[in-house]
Unconditional design. Structure first.
Length: 119
C-alpha cells in the first residue's frame, strides 16, 4: 500500500540522516508494514460502518419525528375533547370495537368527514 502525501511529509520531517538504520531487521520492517496494511484496512471498514450507522440514525430520526407529530396530533385531539375523532384516528378500519347498549361489541365503521380530515 503506497504512503499518502501526509505520511511522507511526516517521515521527511522526522527523519534523522545520521541515525544508524543498519540494525533494523528486514523481517521486522515487513511485520510493521503488514500490521500497517491491516490497520488501514480495519480503519476503512470502521469508516464504512460509521457511515452505515449514521445513515440508519438519520432514517430513525425522521421516523421518530413523524411518530412524534402523530402523537402530538392525538394529544391535541384528546385535550380538545374530540374523542370520536381521536378514536377514528387511533383505530384502523375494523380493528377497534365500540360497546353497544346490550354489552355486545360491534366494529367501528364510522367515517371521518372532510372537515375532520383538515388539521
Amino acid at each position: 500500500m503506497p504512503f499518502t502525501e501526509e505520511e511522507l511529509d511526516f517521515m521527511d520531517a522526522h527523519f534523522a540522516p545520521d541515525a544508524d538504520t543498519s540494525l533494523v531487521d528486514v523481517a521486522y520492517v515487513e511485520s510493521i508494514e503488514n500490521e500497517n496494511y491491516h490497520l488501514c484496512k480495519d480503519m476503512a471498514e470502521l469508516q464504512m460502518n460509521h457511515q452505515l450507522l449514521f445513515n440508519e440514525y438519520n432514517r430513525l430520526l425522521a421516523s421518530t419525528s413523524r411518530t412524534e407529530d402523530m402523537v402530538d396530533k392525538w394529544v391535541h385531539l384528546a385535550y380538545n375533547n374530540q374523542m370520536d375523532r381521536l378514536k377514528r384516528e387511533l383505530c384502523s378500519a375494523g380493528d377497534c370495537f365500540e360497546e353497544e347498549e346490550e354489552g355486545h361489541y360491534q366494529p367501528n365503521t364510522s367515517e371521518m368527514t372532510v372537515e375532520e380530515l383538515a388539521v
